[in-house]
Design a protein around this ligand. Structure first.
Ligand code: XMP
Length: 518
């Protein structure tokens, strides 16, 4: 069985989508940088799957293939005997390397951005079973003018005579349009034809297979070395940790640093949940340390920095107790990889939840879920035996409630916030809305306002509610929670949480706001 696809990323905006679509077809898929060498590609293939991938897809990209600095695929890739699909820039790169001619859109008058009508010339290869005309999404300036020797033109649009090409003997195909986007008609069939017809794969990738091969891979990499993992209760770090535990057992040491910025009963809950899976967590109570370090600090960035640095110190102290550790488990997932940038991609945002800890401690990283999307991580978590309630928890930031207590972080404000958050969670779950929301949380701005309770004047805390819907946290819409739910939450918070006399709702989206307040 050889069912692993490698997507080479030339920096296109849809690379992530290509990988996703392939996985939706139940085929395992990994993304490598477009300048990956044949050796790197071979190394990325799961040994269970063979020596070479079952197919390779070249993504789109912003460059022109004919400029001297353009990144082109390693020539040796075409000699592997593996079917290749080039998409947009990927098709042009294929044409260029194999001896075709690519010209600028200005030269051909062929620039196309948006929908175009595609006409099938040959219903074969990736276009098997398709005919006539259908709508495709284009986004290109340059175009293939002459396909390389051995290629036939499979279809065209008005402005792009070579909109699809194929060499059936070598099983190389190219499409100028984007089959991975939903608005391209028959896009799924085209990818399916490539995977199952041209490359002869079978749709049998499952989460249990993923677990099996990733456990085998971790075992082969780590051997008898010691591994450390910092768990936070987040889904990603937990799933990564459980996978590593399955592979190395007691050679894994789990640490949960309770910095005092966790949600109500969170530390207990995480320890108990992992204990059920046979994983022992060393809970370090560092609450006083963090609160002392945060005393008097109001600047949000400074607060984050202090929390990060203190975390490293505590973690290092704990790690030393375990002796010689070689590896560090990190719950990086695929969107983090994209955001942090591949070699050919502009860095949008660098992720440093663990603040450079592995480098400082000279630890090697194990990132068992770096190819997965959030929903796939959740499926793997379920399969590993984590309860649904745990798996579906909302994301929680590394610096914890430290970014939700605005201004100085004090124990009082943290306790108030924890109580309010617990009520919000309870009501949102009771209303059946928890899983529909990306996040729902309370913020304590530290502002006091005047109120009246009984017959007395109060001067209590203000609590803000933030609830958002989002796909990936890059953008988010404020959630239009039902009024009766909001009423219950507000009433319970002012009645049950000491020193709070006002509740407000955040009605801004991201952008222009961020999800967290600090
Ligand atoms: P923002 O506030 O940037 O948040 O819109 C986007 C998503 O990231 C989470 N977040 C963090 N997660 N460490 C994390 O692990 C952090 O420092 C951090 N800051 C924000 C936030 O909860 C939201 O889901």
């Amino acid at each position: 069985m050889k069912n692993q696809v490698i997507v080479l990323d030339f920096g296109g905006q849809y690379t992530q989508l290509i990988a996703r679509r392939v996985r939706e077809e139940k085929v395992y898929c990994q993304v490598l940088s477009g300048d990956a060498t044949v050796e790197e590609i071979k190394k990325a293939v799961d040994p269970v799957q063979g020596d070479v991938p079952a197919a390779i897809i070249f993504s789109g990209g912003p460059d022109s293939v004919y400029i001297p600095t353009a990144v082109l695929p390693d020539k040796g890739i075409f000699e592997l005997g593996v079917p290749i699909l080039g998409i947009c820039y990927g098709m042009q790169a294929m044409a260029k390397v194999l001896g075709g001619r690519v010209i600028a859109g200005t030269e051909s008058g062929g620039r196309e951005y948006g929908p175009a009508e595609f006409t099938v010339k040959e219903s074969s290869g990736i276009l098997k079973g398709l005919g006539g005309r259908f709508r495709v999404i284009m986004s290109h300036g340059d175009a293939v003018e002459t396909p390389p020797p051995g290629f036939d033109v499979l279809g065209s649009t008005e402005k792009t005579p070579v909109a699809a090409m194929g060499d059936p003997a070598r099983r190389f195909y190219g499409v100028q349009f984007h089959p991975e986007v939903k608005h391209t008609e028959n896009g799924r069939d085209i990818l399916g034809n490539f995977l199952f017809h041209a490359a002869g794969m079978t749709p049998d990738w499952t989460t249990s297979q993923f677990i099996e091969s990733s456990v085998a891979r971790i075992r082969a990499t780590v051997g008898d070395a010691k591994v450390i993992s910092g768990v936070s209760g987040g889904v990603d770090s937990t799933v990564a940790t459980v996978l590593v535990h399955k592979a190395v057992g007691d050679n894994l040491h789990c640490v949960l640093v309770d910095h005092g910025l966790l949600r109500k009963d969170e530390a207990k809950y995480v320890v108990a949940s992992l204990a059920k899976l046979g994983i022992k967590v060393n809970l370090v109570n560092a609450q006083d340390r963090f609160l002392n370090a945060l005393k008097g600090v109001t600047d949000p960035e400074k607060k984050r920095k202090i929390i990060g640095e203190e975390f490293i110190r505590v973690f290092e102290e704990e790690a030393r107790k375990f002796g010689d550790i070689e590896y560090f488990v990190q719950g990086t997932i695929y969107p983090d990889v994209i955001e942090s940038g591949s070699r050919l991609r502009a860095v949008i945002k660098s992720h440093h939840n663990v603040g450079g800890l592995p480098e400082r401690m000279h630890l090697k990283l194990i990132e068992p879920i770096r190819e997965l999307f959030k929903d796939e991580v959740r499926l793997v978590g379920r399969e590993l035996g984590l309860p649904a309630e745990f798996i579906n928890r909302h994301p929680f930031p590394g610096p914890g409630l430290g970014v939700r207590v605005l201004g100085e972080v004090t124990r009082d404000k943290l306790d108030t916030l924890r109580e309010a958050q617990a009520i919000l969670d309870e009501e949102i779950r009771a209303a059946g809305l928890y899983e529909k929301l990306w996040q729902a949380f309370c913020v304590i701005p530290g502002v006091r306002t005047v109120g009246v309770m009984g017959d007395s004047r109060t001067f209590g805390h203000l609590i803000a509610i933030r609830a958002v819907e989002s796909e990936d946290a890059m953008t988010a819409h404020w959630a239009k929670l039902p009024y009766d739910l909001l009423e219950r939450v507000s009433s319970r918070i002012v009645n049950e949480v000491q020193d709070v006399n006002r509740v407000v709702l955040d009605i801004t989206s991201k952008p222009p706001s961020t999800i967290e307040w600090e």
